[in-house]
Write a protein that binds this ligand. Structure first.
Ligand SMILES: Cc1cc2nc3c(=O)[nH]c(=O)nc-3n(C[C@H](O)[C@H](O)[C@H](O)COP(=O)(O)OP(=O)(O)OC[C@H]3O[C@@H](n4cnc5c(N)ncnc54)[C@H](O)[C@@H]3O)c2cc1C
Length: 284
């Protein structure tokens, strides 16, 4: 690993000032499970300075804020897994973090790092987009709020500037009538990144008719997104296996219309349809 300056600010104003001063050569460090792996790679682009934000206590924790949930970026996957608030109002996020890496990675890795790293296989992103999450970014120039669905440009590229710190993730609580699920397909059961994943939310009226359906895939499209064509199949209908199959097929069609046919299509086309159907069945 190449030598670098190490900074450990204790407050957000201090961190913002450092990032403004150092400029594009600075790298924010949270749990380090992505940053350090990358910095140790031979030939990796070096960072002149690392700004370790883990001593900033205001960046930690999960709380209720009226009808919304606020998760601060340094919250680890293990903390999300243990959170009663997440279990009650965003259970699909709990399912997603349960499958991240190993206990060591879940104890160290943070939700903020998972979002900001923007890997196509990031497991917290599909559920957070399905939850209609917004994120707040802060720099010495001020703050701005971005819809998470608008945040990503492509894998490993986002609209964030190099000096912006993710300071908050916020989303509406799911109603008690909502059912949700997250399914991840990896090459093996443990310590495996997602080859494909699906986050689904379904809300039904008292008459059993779907009045809210959200389907977000991971590692399928060039960036994360809801698939409205598939969601519309369900709206106003009573859930059934036939509808779930149809919704799955719509996701496959949308995938091919985005990516075209390539070497992986033969595999992804049927598999994503089955994953969507299973995710919806789990919401029934
Ligand atoms: C063995 C192993 C297994 C893994 N398995 C999985 C898996 O199954 N699923 C999965 O999704 N990921 C997995 N990961 C990837 C990684 O653990 C997660 O992405 C983790 O959430 C990253 O969080 P971190 O705090 O370690 O981020 P860091 O490595 O500290 O940072 C990641 C990136 O985010 C930036 N960053 C971090 N926090 C902020 C902030 N608040 N504001 C602005 N920028 C910030 C950093 O500058 C860096 O670019 C795995 C990694 C390893 C090493």
């Amino acid at each position: 690993m190449k030598p670098f300056e190490y900074h450990s600010p204790r407050s957000l104003p201090e961190a913002c000032a450092l990032l403004a001063e150092i400029g594009a050569d600075a790298r924010i460090l949270a749990g380090g499970t992505d940053v350090l792996v990358e910095m140790r790679k031979p030939g990796s682009s070096s960072s002149k300075a690392v700004v370790d934000i883990t001593r900033i206590s205001s960046l930690k924790g999960i709380e209720e804020s009226g009808d919304e949930i606020v998760i601060r970026p340094l919250t680890t996957h293990a903390e999300i897994l243990r959170s009663k608030i997440v279990e009650q109002y965003a259970p699909l996020l709990k399912s997603a973090v349960a499958g991240i890496g190993s206990p060591q990675i879940r104890n160290r890795g943070t939700v903020g790092g998972n979002i900001m790293n923007a890997a196509a296989c990031a497991d917290t992103v599909p559920p957070l987009i399905a939850l209609n999450a917004k994120i707040k970014l802060l720099s010495s120039r001020g703050d701005r709020t971005v819809e998470l669905s608008e945040f990503f440009l492509k894998p490993y590229a986002t609209v964030a500037q190099r000096d912006e710190i993710l300071v908050e993730i916020r989303f509406p609580k799911l109603p008690s009538s909502a059912r949700s699920s997250f399914i991840k397909l990896g090459r093996r059961n443990a310590l495996s990144i997602a080859r494909l994943s699906v986050a689904a939310i379904m809300v039904k009226t008292e008459a059993g008719v779907v009045n809210d359906a959200r389907i977000v895939t991971g590692a399928a499209f060039p960036k994360w997104q809801r698939v409205p064509e598939a969601e519309h199949v369900l709206l106003g209908q009573k859930p059934s296996r036939t509808l779930f199959d149809e919704a799955g097929n719509k996701v496959s069609e949308a995938l091919i219309s985005f990516t075209g046919r390539r070497w992986s299509t033969e595999y992804k086309e049927p598999v994503i349809a089955v994953l969507v159907r299973r995710a919806l069945e789990a919401c029934k």
